[in-house]
Design a protein around this ligand. Sequence first.
Ligand code: SF4
Length: 369
Amino acid sequence: MLNILNTSKPLALDFCLSEWKAWCAKAGYPKFAAKQIFEWIFKKGVLDPELFSNLSKDKRLFLKESFTWEPMTTDCHLISKDGTEKVLLKTHDNLLVEMVLMPYENRVTLCLSCQVGCKMGCTFCQTGKMGLKRNLSSGEILYQLTYANHLSEKKGRRVSNVVYMGMGEPLDNYKAVVKACKAMIDPDAFGLSKSKVTVSTSGLLPEIERLGRDVPVRLAISLHSADQEKRSQMMPIGRKYPLDEMKEVLKKYPAPSRHGVTFEYVLIQGENDSIQDAKKLVKFLHGIKAKVNLIPINNFPGVDMLPSDTAHITDFQKYLTDRSIPAPVRYSRGQDISAGCGQLAAKRENELHLDPRVLQKQRRQHETR
Ligand code: SF4
């Protein structure tokens, strides 16, 4: 619970219903006001308390003065030829955060960020090259969903699916991510179906076990190789949490959908796309209810990796589907607008010539708040 008497203003989106109840009791608001405020913010997506029409004017003004309502500003907003929208948001401490909105015929998917940068250091990932700058709060995560709903509503739609596949490792920011997930699937808040919220992790096993107990969302694993040595080279976390231990944890994960656990598998030419690799993958998946998303890698500057060619993609996919493992190929959308994870933020940061010393100073300032 944040100290409401503190002069620095808390973020309205950071408060869950019980925190609003406590705040209202302290501020002398009637009991039912907490639910009203909560619904304006999380259900209706209104971040201007002056529009909270069921509260008196003085209460609206006091709310406005007491909280930060818009935690981020828009740095840039790009729309791809395929309809994908990428938004770069700037936090109060001048850090850049990406979100990607992907409208499909039957759904609108938001890919959001949970950290600025990431410390996991996966070799094929642009965000990993940035290192971790800081965690986002639950409110900063939920702001991305609120903002994405505003963009979608202009086209008569709403976000139906959320995936934590933007910047950051969600389970490295566990508390904020779980709090945000709870608001996403709360019928009195964002009201998303629990099978439409997916937390994607590089494989932090103790936190996967906790997640299964704490919130009933879907789980995706960034796998990318079922060969222990190869995976550890691509993803340093693989040394700490080896594949055999991961398998035991996943077998017990209470997956809330008919698909079980989703595995993300980036296809990199000559690296992890042979039939030998597919065989190891099938062996690893034996006993787990699994679906594999095959994603030809997105090229980005400074990394010497190419996407697999069509023949390798087709053979790899066929090997899996012949063994009853669903394996759709997911081509990255919005390639003309740097839609791969972390790509636009890295590009903008270079453009802005942000001096690492400035970033470090900003980080220190944030940490002492
Ligand atoms: S793939 Fe995910 S976990 Fe790995 S560095 Fe990138 S953001 Fe972090």
